[in-house]
Design a protein around this ligand. Structure first.
Ligand code: AMP
Length: 504
């Protein structure tokens, strides 16, 4: 039987090129061969700590080559990798440890004291610091390397990603070796990775974008990865002439555009800029093309399914859309009752395919409620599809505003506000209202120059949007609250402005 372990697939793609450079990082270079050996040694350390196939390994560490090798080591032994955002507090980490019940926790030595109270008894703790040292690496030096790759089926778990979860408990999306492998192969193919490609990596590696999408594509291609610690616009600008592909969140592209040295010449060697994780403003897309001559390729995905749609590599890349379903992936737009809607109608996006996760960790009821009877997963994203199957994301279903019984899609209102002179961006939310149930409230970020007043915005919208869609209130902010992946945190805005219309 073929071994469906994802690491088996990755290794088969770089085994002919063990001398190729893999991670080009602040402390030096790591070849594919060295990464393979390093992961075998770390796998030995994890085994010595008791981790077996199916055991969870929770990892909260800085972005280092050793952290990447720890991920590969988990794949190699069939353990379930659970990366955590480095910004999570001890209380948050405590929740994940209780929920996932890992065999091993890998954390920064400086976090050990802070986490002491929340680490369940019986959890082995290994340390890895931001320069790639710690008890994990010491154990890796002495442990017997695990050179074989644990036999797995496509359905065996490879990772659990905890969703950012803006409401209620954070859910662990269970991803199988088959989910990750199918998605990696599809992306490598449709984005036309070619010999000589060099990936510029400035994303965190605790999320689907930086960990799976970026690293898997590079590894399937035995490509060099310029591995930057975090996002620094200057460092990206300096490295662009050596790279051919960059993946980023929308904020990365706006920051690049603000950088004085960013130009067409800096990007001359680049063949592909990919954006995702949050909506890319059409204005950013247009400015990027003006400055560089390149059209950003926007794609859409989520923790539960990896990548779902992508603008075409060869065909037109259209701002404000996320393109077509990936090969093998099915997408449809349906109403709340599950009735499939026609082209041009807004509803919730539902998906099926080998990329769709195996369910939420230890939440069978939650899992069941998010799948239709025919097995399609309800993404919770509001979308509209054109007759050709091109998808546009309109917002999260939970961000939908229902005012006086009418549906208001925030994106529609935001697009009108963003188009006004002097507006940089906006976020439209629904807040409790005594008459309407919910009222539309717009949070507007002015551009550096002259900002329009609330009165000017109100009158500009009057002719453009139906009455019920117009904001009942407009407030100004210097910036919108965003998480590390660039997503606007509307839940925070809803909390802040919850009392805007209450009868007091
Ligand atoms: P996460 O699970 O943290 O990766 O978040 C996934 C969510 O990010 C999706 O359900 C969408 O709401 C949003 N998202 C990702 N990519 C895009 C995109 N290109 N445009 C709009 N929203 C996006």
């Amino acid at each position: 039987m073929t071994n469906r372990n994802l690491y088996h697939l990755l290794q088969s793609r770089f085994s002919h090129a063990r001398d190729n450079l893999f991670l080009d990082h602040a402390r030096g270079m790591l070849s594919y061969g060295a990464a393979d050996e390093g992961s075998a040694r770390i796998a030995g350390a994890l085994r010595a700590a008791g981790a077996q196939k199916g055991d969870r390994v929770v990892v909260q560490v800085a972005k280092t080559p050793e952290a990447v090798m720890t991920y590969l080591a988990c794949l190699r032994i069939g353990a379930v990798y659970i990366p955590l955002n480095t910004a999570y507090t001890a209380a948050e980490v405590g929740y994940f440890l209780d929920d996932a019940a890992p065999r091993v926790l890998v954390c920064d030595p400086s976090a050990r004291g802070r986490l002491a109270d929340v680490i369940p008894a019986g959890t082995e703790v290994l340390e890895l610091d931001d320069s790639g040292r710690g008890s994990l690496m010491a154990a890796a030096q002495t442990a017997t390397p695990v050179t074989q790759i644990e036999p797995c089926t496509s359905d065996d778990l490879a990772a659990i990603l905890y969703t950012s979860g803006t409401t209620g408990r954070s859910k662990g999306a269970m991803l199988t070796h088959g989910n990750l492998a199918s998605n990696a192969l599809a992306l490598h193919d449709i984005w036309r990775f070619e010999p000589g490609d060099v990936l510029l990596h400035a994303l965190p590696i605790f999320h689907v974008h930086g960990l799976f999408v970026a690293l898997h594509c590079a590894m399937l291609n035995a490509s060099r990865v310029i591995f930057q610690k975090g996002f620094d616009a200057g460092a990206v600008v300096d490295s662009l002439p050596d790279a051919t592909v960059l993946m980023g969140v929308p904020t990365l592209f706006t920051r690049l555009l603000e950088h004085p040295c960013f130009s067409r010449a800096t990007c001359a060697n680049m063949r592909l800029f990919i954006s995702g994780s949050a909506p890319l403003l059409p204005e950013t897309f247009a400015r990027f093309e003006q400055v560089t001559g390149q059209r950003i390729l926007e794609r859409y995905g989520m923790s539960e399914a990896g990548m779902i749609t992508s603008n075409p590599y060869g065909g037109p890349r259209i701002a404000g859309t996320v393109g077509f379903a990936l090969p093998g992936v099915g997408v449809r737009v349906a109403d709340e009752a599950g009735q499939v809607l026609g082209a041009g109608e807004v509803g919730v996006l539902e998906i099926t395919g080998p990329n769709v996760f195996a369910g939420y960790w230890q939440m069978p009821e939650k899992t069941a409620s998010e799948f239709r009877d025919d097995g399609w997963f309800i993404t919770g994203d509001l979308a509209v599809m054109d007759a050709e199957g091109r998808v546009s994301i309109v917002g999260r279903a939970r961000d939908l505003v229902i005012s006086g019984g009418f549906n208001v899609y925030p994106k529609e209102v935001e697009t009108e506000i963003d188009a006004l002179e002097g507006v940089r961006e906006s976020a439209v939310i629904g807040v409790p209202h005594p008459d309407f149930g919910e009222a539309v409230l717009a949070v507007v970020v002015p551009a550096a120059e002259a900002a329009p007043s609330a009165g000017v915005i109100h009158s500009a919208l009057r002719g453009r949007l139906a009455n019920f869609k117009q904001p009942k209130k407009i407030v100004f902010r210097q910036e919108l609250p965003r998480n590390t992946m660039g997503k606007v945190q509307k839940n925070l805005l809803r909390e802040e402005f919850a009392d805007s219309f209450s009868n007091r």
